[in-house]
Design a binder for this molecule. Structure first.
Ligand SMILES: [Cu+2]
Length: 162
């Protein structure tokens, strides 16, 4: 009886050690990239809210100067969306969205003058995921919008840079 429980304990300990070793191995490699957040890009994930003209997150946070990869998943089956980070407020956002109307899809619904655009994802078709990598600007609050016709001002959110 005592022998059995000792053997059982040994087996349990061995299994636990193996599991910990396996986890430790995997953890250290993924922990390495997470720990090196100063070197690798920070990944932000956002999506569109089903068939609504809305992002599923209306606030994102990041540190100034950080390299950011924003991954945007278009959760609509039929609509196109993009994710555009802009400089300025509602006036600048409206100007970009209005210019996007005439620019059309080939231009990602964006004006030629990109002076108020910090980052732009490609146009995402239904159920498509797109990415954009950029350097987080100076501390402040920035608007991100979708410039597909009719989506702004409904489709927008804020990026808070600290
Ligand atoms: Cu949109």
């Amino acid at each position: 009886m005592k022998m059995w429980s000792r053997m059982l304990a040994l087996v349990v300990l061995t299994v636990m050690a193996l599991v910990l070793a396996a986890c430790g191995g995997g953890g250290s490699s993924s922990g390495g990239s997470a720990g090196g957040s100063g070197s690798g890009p920070v990944i932000l994930e956002i999506g569109s809210k089903g068939e609504e003209l809305a992002f599923d997150k209306t606030e994102l946070k990041v540190a100034a100067g950080q390299t950011v990869t924003l991954r945007f998943k278009n959760n609509s089956a039929v609509q196109q969306h993009n994710w555009i980070l802009i400089k300025g407020g509602d006036t600048e956002a409206a100007a970009i969205a209005n210019a996007g109307l005439t620019a059309g899809p080939a231009a990602n619904y964006l004006p030629e003058d990109k002076s108020n655009i910090i980052a732009e994802s490609p146009l995402a078709n239904g159920n498509e995921t797109v990415e954009v990598t950029f350097t987080a600007p100076a501390p402040g609050t920035y608007l991100y919008i979708c410039t597909v016709p009719g989506h702004y001002p409904l489709m927008q959110g804020k990026l808070v840079v600290n």
